[in-house]
Design a protein around this ligand. Structure first.
Ligand code: CMP
Length: 141
């Protein structure tokens, strides 16, 4: 077990459902701590950079358009095995395949509008956190 910090986004479809508190509660009640948090509107260039690994995929344009369509919440989540734990709390990428009680099962609408993003590895978490947070905006103590 090791203490990690991972990155999370509450996506526009979940923001429209007014469920920031319910999603944060899922993280906190499963042992993750909110170490950084802000509401922001992501620019097109930032969304393209964030999702660069998907740039050749057919859904890329739609994904960028969706992620820039309204404000989001970006978070740094800290805790033991935070990367894996966050992925378990979120559930599968496709909400229809996500386990009961997971965030994507409860609040996801489709593969694209799946309520939350979470880093898939420690390296991704470091890259993604650096895109959205200054060092002094993550308080992990
Ligand atoms: P996320 O965890 O934010 O990482 C990449 C996103 O691309 C993913 O969640 C989905 O929302 C989206 N995505 C992945 N595969 C597809 C797909 N086949 N069609 C539409 N969107 C997808």
């Amino acid at each position: 077990m090791s203490k990690e910090v991972t990155f999370s986004i509450i996506k526009p479809n979940a923001m429209k459902k007014n469920v920031i508190g319910k999603i944060v509660d899922k993280f906190e009640s499963n042992g993750l701590k909110i170490a950084g948090m802000k509401i922001m509107k992501i620019s097109k260039s930032k969304a393209e950079e964030f999702y660069a690994e998907h740039s050749a995929r057919p859904f890329f344009g739609e994904l960028v358009e969706f992620m820039t369509s309204s404000p989001v919440v970006v978070m740094a989540l800290a805790g033991e095995n935070a990367v894996l734990k966050n992925r378990e709390i979120m559930g599968a990428t496709d909400p229809s395949k996500a386990a009961e009680g997971t965030i994507r099962k409860v609040f996801g609408d489709s593969m694209g509008e799946n309520a939350v993003h979470g880093s898939d590895s420690i390296d991704s978490a470091k890259r993604e956190l650096a895109l959205f947070f200054e060092n002094n905006e993550i308080c992990n103590s």
